[in-house]
Design a protein around this ligand. Structure first.
Ligand SMILES: *[C@@H]1O[C@H](CO)[C@@H](O)[C@H](O)[C@H]1NC(C)=O
Length: 434
């Protein structure tokens, strides 16, 4: 299926860096502090019997039949990342995840030059009150297309199996403790204001222990994978970015799944609110509404959801055609009707343009490259392949700094790439799905 906000599972080369800032949160300073704290923690190791965790894991056993006896615990390292990190998962997954906590988010996503640009200048965005939406993130200068302008690290991760494995009470206790043990728990707790009720009242008091933390988890987390286990992760800064069906930015996860970079899909003007899509791009309006309501707890009011009915239906029809197109093209390919498959994919390219869903073009260009390759039309295949690479590079899927390697003008490609291995690579992308 269409894989927007998808990731190529590539090892992003390690690039040395000095300092960078992620806007309001000075990640560079926090990371430096963190190094010192870790140093102190290591020196104190005799007093840290739970290393690498800063606290004794608190555990509960599953009483559910399907996972009876399985232990789930809170593992906190209050010296990792800007706020500390808590993982709520099984002992086995925690052991596998521990080495990943050392991942350095800055060098993952930024070249030295980019890191310095971000650090030596004021943050390119600010978190402000947005009428009707509580908080939002607004650009403070022009953010260029494909620029990486925000880096964030998760504070709490929750194993997706947890809910079906332990009772509600234990679940809430684990979540509460996970937040409680962080270095800056308020950064996470403050997110509960984000989704106010219809009457505009934020839930002031934590009526049932852990309820506030659970609410934050449910309405502010992103799906990610840590040590091959599906998790919900709360990324406190990225969480402030509101949803749009036609977003100006998107998130990219690090290889370890601990950190996020936010990149611009297009130029974002100073003063403009920055948006990301909380849903897989390209969904028709009924799915968007249902997804946002059930998963994130709010009504879709983005420009696309608010279109007059005839236009909305036309948009939904185009989206359905785009979505069905891939399957139909594959079926035509399987039946040997390559020309028809090409015609269909080309039609999808047009529809994607009409819907402003440029990120979906990578899949379409890759498909067209493959189809032309089947016909032995290498020149056409290479042309589509080059367009797919250009987009993937811009979206950061080819590793840090790749977008800086200019492709020149048309035929002069900056980097040599091999069509077959590129197309193999395109098959390895994983679907980002909440
Ligand atoms: C981190 O955890 C340790 C062990 O519980 C505690 O002594 C220390 O004060 C905590 N540090 C912060 C900054 O929360």
């Amino acid at each position: 299926m269409y894989s927007v906000l998808t990731l190529v599972l590539l090892t992003i080369p390690h690039v040395p860096f000095t300092l960078a800032s992620a806007g309001n949160v000075r990640i560079d300073e926090l990371l430096l502090q963190q190094d010192q704290q870790r140093y102190i923690a290591a020196a104190d190791n005799a007093d840290s019997p739970h290393a690498p965790w800063s606290h004794k894991p608190w555990c509960t056993h599953s009483t559910f039949l399907r996972s009876v006896g399985q232990k789930y615990c809170v593992y906190t390292s209050n010296t990792t990342g800007p706020n500390g990190i808590s993982l709520i998962t099984t002992p086995k997954t925690a052991a596998r995840a521990a080495p990943l906590l050392d991942e350095d988010p800055l060098s993952h996503f930024l070249t030295q030059t980019q890191a310095e640009t971000l650090y030596y200048n004021p943050a390119p965005y600010e978190i402000v009150d947005i009428p009707g939406k509580d908080k939002g993130v607004v650009a403070t200068r022009l953010i260029a297309k494909f620029e990486t302008f925000m880096i964030d690290q998760a504070s709490v991760f929750m194993d997706l199996h947890l809910e079906q494995s332990v009772g509600e009470k234990e679940n809430l206790k684990l979540l509460k403790m996970g937040v409680e043990r962080l270095r800056s728990k308020e950064v996470v707790r403050e997110l509960s204001d984000r989704h106010k009720g219809a009457d505009g009242q934020a839930q002031a008091e934590d009526e049932v222990e852990g309820e506030l933390e659970e609410k934050v988890m449910m309405t502010n987390s992103f799906g990610t994978t840590i040590a091959n286990v599906a998790m919900r992760g709360v990324f406190p800064v990225v969480s402030r970015i509101n949803h749009a069906c036609d977003p100006s930015a998107f998130v990219l996860f690090s290889t370890a799944g601990i950190s996020i970079a936010v990149k611009a899909y297009r130029d974002i003007q100073p003063g403009e609110e920055i948006s990301i899509s909380y849903l897989t791009l390209g969904q028709p309006s009924p799915k968007r509404r249902a997804g946002l309501q059930t998963r994130w707890g709010f009504t879709c009011t983005c420009a696309l959801c608010s279109l007059p009915t005839p236009q909305r239906m036309a948009s939904d029809l185009r989206r359905a055609m785009i979505s069905d197109g891939e399957e139909k093209a594959m079926a035509l390919w399987a039946a040997g009707s390559i020309r028809e498959a090409i015609a269909l994919a080309e039609e999808s390219v047009g529809l994607i343009g009409d819907e402003g869903l440029e990120p979906l073009l990578t899949d379409e260009f890759a498909l067209l490259a493959k189809l032309h390759l089947v016909l032995g039309e290498r020149e056409e295949a290479a042309r589509y392949g080059a367009r797919a690479v250009e987009l993937l590079r811009g979206y950061g899927f080819l590793g840090v700094g790749e977008e800086e390697r200019g492709d020149g003008d048309g035929d002069g490609r900056g980097e040599k790439w091999d069509l077959e291995s590129l197309l193999d690579l395109l098959g390895t992308r994983r679907l980002y799905d909440n």
